[in-house]
Design a protein around this ligand. Structure first.
Ligand code: ARG
Length: 589
C-alpha cells in the first residue's frame, strides 16, 4: 500500500499544479504544531521566490483548490503562507480498513526487488563465556535481520565466531600442560583422534581465563601460545583436531545461550572458515602489487586523499606469517561472495572497531574482493554501561556473564509477576522469561545503536514508561478485550472501522496509519529504535483511547465492531513490531 503521507503529498501536489505552480512545492510533512493541524505543507514559502509574489497568495489559491478534496476535513491557508491540513475522518477510516484487510502486513509492501543481505552479528569468541558486550550485537543484529526479512529481503545471519586468534593457542598450550600425554600433542601420531572432546564446556570455560592470566605474567607461556596459534593456522593436524573439539563444545553451549535470547543464525561460520582462502588471497594481493612488506609485516595501503585523520595500512600477515583480524575478515569475503553473492553485508560490532572495518572495506574494494556494487556497512554500537555510567559489571566488579544477567532479570520479573497476582509457579516463570526478554531487548533497542546506554534493570523491568513490559502490558490489555468480546460475539461480516468520533480515537488512527512508513525507514536506516519509538507512541495513544472510551459497554453494535476491528489492527501491528525486534507477548501478565 502507498504510504498515507505520500497520498496526501500527491493530492496537494496536484493542487499546486492545477494552480499553475511547480509540482516540487507540494511536499507534505507531519505537522510540528499538532495543536493546529495534523499535516502541513510549507511549499508556498519557497514557491513565492520563484513566482515573485507573496507566499500567502499561493497558499490561499492552493487551499481553495483543495476545498473539495475528499482527503481533508480542513485545508487552511495561514499567514505568512503555510498550508495547515487535517485529514478527513472518513478517508482515514477507509485507509485503515484497507490496512486491516491486508492480513499480516497491515499496508507494508514487500520490496519489489528483494536483495540478498548478509548480517554478520553475534561474534562470540569461542571458549570465552558470552558477556554483555556480545549481548548488543546479538540483539541489534537479530532485529536488523528480522526487519529486512519482513521487508521481503533474503536475509542470511552469520554468527562469525572468533575462533582463529591467540585464544586458541592459549587453550592448546594450557591443555598440553595439564594433559601432555594426549595424542593431539604427539607430532608423530598418524592415527585417528578420539571422537570425544578431552574437556567439558565448564572445563573449557575455566581453561581459557587461566591460560589468559598466565600469558600476562609468563612471557614463555605467551610465546608458546603464539607459536601454537601459528601452527594451528598452518594446519598442524593434532591442533586442528583440538580446534574442532573446542568448536563443537562451544557451539553447543552458544546455541543454547542464543536460543534463550530468541536469537538464531542461518550460518555458524567462524573466522577459521576463512583459512582455506588466505594463502591464495595473499598471493594475489602480492602479485597485483597491492600488498607489500613494511617492518616485516605484509600490509596494504588504504589511506585516501580526502582522509582527515590518519588511516593506517591494513595488516594482512604478521611478521611471523600469522593471520590477523583483518586477514580473516578479508578472506571471509571470498566465500561470502562465492557462495551467496550478497548485495549487501552488514557488520555489527562495538563502535570502537570502526577503524578496523574502514580498513577492511577499503582493502576489499581496492583488491577487488567484492563487486563494486556490493555494499559493505558497519553498524557500530555503543557500550552498555551500569548505573554508575561505567561499563556493566557484576556486583563484585567482574565481567558480567550474559547467562547470569539474564537469570537475574528473570528472577526480578518473576517476583513482580507473583506480587501482582497469584500464578502457578511454572506458568509465572514462563511469563517472567517472556517479559524479561522484552525488558532486556527493548531496553537496548530503544536507544540509537551507536549510543552508549545505561542498563538499568529497575527501569527496564518497570511496567510503566518507555519499557518493554509496558508495551507487552498494552498488548495483553488488547488481547483480553478481544477475548472478552469474542466470548460473547462473532465479528459481524460487515464490520468496518468507522470514522473517528473523538480526538483520542483520531490520534490513535493517525498513529496506526504510519506503520508502513516507520517499517520502511527502520529498514533503510537499520534502525530498530524507530520501531520502539513508534510502538511507544502507539501504546500511549491506545491507552489514552481506552481510558476515554467504553468499548465493552458500547451499545451500538456497529460502533463496537468498528472498535474491535481497530483493536485487532493495533494488536496485529504491535505484534509485528515486537516480532521484528525479537520478542513476544504473553497472553496474561
Ligand atoms: N569476535 C569479535 C569480537 O568479539 C566480533 C566479530 C565481528 N565481526 C567481524 N566480521 N569482524 O569483538
Amino acid at each position: 500500500m502507498k504510504k498515507l503521507i505520500d497520498l496526501i503529498s500527491e493530492e496537494v501536489t496536484e493542487a499546486f499544479v492545477r494552480e499553475g505552480y511547480d509540482a516540487k512545492y507540494g511536499r507534505v510533512t507531519l505537522s510540528n504544531r499538532p495543536d493546529l493541524c495534523e499535516y502541513q505543507c510549507n511549499g508556498a514559502m519557497a514557491a513565492a521566490k520563484e513566482y515573485h509574489c507573496a507566499p500567502f497568495q499561493i497558499s490561499e489559491k492552493v487551499a481553495a483548490a483543495l476545498g473539495d478534496s475528499r482527503l481533508f476535513s480542513m485545508a487552511e491557508s495561514v499567514k505568512p503562507g503555510f498550508l495547515n491540513l487535517k485529514l478527513s475522518e472518513e478517508y482515514l477510516a477507509a485507509y485503515l480498513e484497507q490496512m486491516a484487510a491486508d492480513q499480516g502486513r497491515f499496508g507494508c509492501s514487500r520490496a519489489e526487488k528483494p536483495k540478498t543481505i548478509m548480517v554478520d552479528y553475534g561474534g562470540a569468541n569461542v571458549a570465552k563465556p558470552l558477556h554483555v558486550g556480545h549481548l548488543r550485537s546479538a540483539i541489534i543484529g537479530e532485529s536488523v535481520k528480522r526487519i529486512g526479512k519482513f521487508m521481503g529481503h533474503h536475509m542470511i545471519g552469520d554468527v562469525h565466531l572468533g575462533d582463529w586468534g591467540l585464544q586458541m593457542g592459549l587453550i592448546i598450550v594450557e591443555l598440553k600442560e595439564r594433559q601432555p600425554m594426549l595424542a593431539y600433542f604427539d607430532e608423530g601420531y598418524q592415527g585417528e583422534y578420539p571422537k570425544e572432546p578431552p574437556f567439558t564446556i565448564a572445563q573449557l570455560e575455566e581453561i581459557y581465563p587461566t591460560a589468559s592470566g598466565k600469558s600476562k605474567e609468563d612471557p614463555v607461556f605467551k610465546e608458546a601460545a603464539m607459536e601454537a596459534t601459528l601452527q594451528l593456522q598452518q594446519g598442524r593436524r593434532g591442533y586442528r583436531a583440538l580446534l574442532k573439539h573446542i568448536l563443537d563444545v562451544s557451539v553447543e553451549d552458544l546455541k543454547k545461550n542464543y536460543a534463550n535470547l530468541n536469537v538464531s543464525f542461518e550460518l555458524w561460520k567462524g573466522e577459521s572458515d576463512s583459512q582455506p582462502y588466505i594463502a591464495d588471497m595473499v598471493e594475489q594481493m602480492k602479485a597485483r602489487g597491492h600488498a607489500y612488506v613494511s617492518e616485516g609485516a605484509l600490509v596494504v595501503d588504504v589511506k585516501e586523499e580526502t582522509d582527515t585523520k590518519e588511516i593506517p595500512p591494513c595488516m594482512i600477515l604478521k611478521s611471523d606469517g600469522a593471520a590477523l583480524y583483518d586477514t580473516t575478515d578479508l578472506a571471509t569475503l571470498i566465500w561470502r561472495m562465492q557462495d551467496y553473492d550478497p548485495d549487501e553485508i552488514i557488520y555489527l560490532a562495538d563502535k570502537r572497531q570502526e577503524l578496523h572495518f574502514i580498513q577492511v572495506f577499503r582493502c576489499a574494494r581496492k583488491t577487488g574482493l567484492v563487486k563494486p556494487d556490493t555494499e559493505l556497512k558497519f553498524l557500530g554500537f555503543g557500550t552498555m554501561n551500569g548505573r554508575d555510567g561505567k561499563p556493566f559489571k557484576t556486583r563484585d566488579g567482574g565481567v558480567m556473564r550474559l547467562q547470569y544477567l539474564v537469570e537475574e532479570i528473570n528472577e526480578e520479573m518473576y517476583k513482580k509477576i507473583a506480587e501482582n497476582h497469584v500464578v502457578e509457579e511454572s506458568e509465572g516463570r514462563e511469563t517472567a522469561r517472556t517479559v524479561a526478554l522484552a525488558a532486556i531487548k527493548y531496553g537496548d533497542l530503544s536507544n540509537q545503536a551507536s549510543k552508549d546506554y545505561v542498563f538499568d534493570i529497575e527501569r527496564f523491568t518497570s511496567f510503566e514508561g518507555n519499557t518493554g513490559p509496558y508495551i507487552l502490558y498494552t498488548i495483553v490489555r488488547m488481547k483480553s478485550i478481544l477475548s472478552k468480546y469474542f466470548e460473547q460475539h462473532a465479528l459481524p461480516a460487515d464490520a468496518r472501522l468507522l470514522p473517528a468520533a473523538t480526538e483520542s480515537e483520531k490520534s490513535l488512527m493517525l498513529e496506526l496509519s504510519r506503520f508502513n512508513g516507520v517499517m520502511e525507514s527502520a529498514y533503510e536506516e537499520s534502525a530498530p529504535h524507530k520501531i520502539c519509538a513508534y510502538m511507544y507512541d502507539l501504546a500511549n495513544d491506545f491507552n489514552h483511547f481506552y481510558h476515554e472510551t467504553k468499548i465493552m459497554a458500547q451499545e451500538d453494535a456497529a460502533v463496537q465492531a468498528g472498535y474491535i476491528r481497530m483493536l485487532m489492527l493495533c494488536k496485529g501491528i504491535l505484534e509485528v513490531c515486537i516480532d521484528v525486534l525479537g520478542f513476544s507477548a504473553p497472553d496474561k501478565m
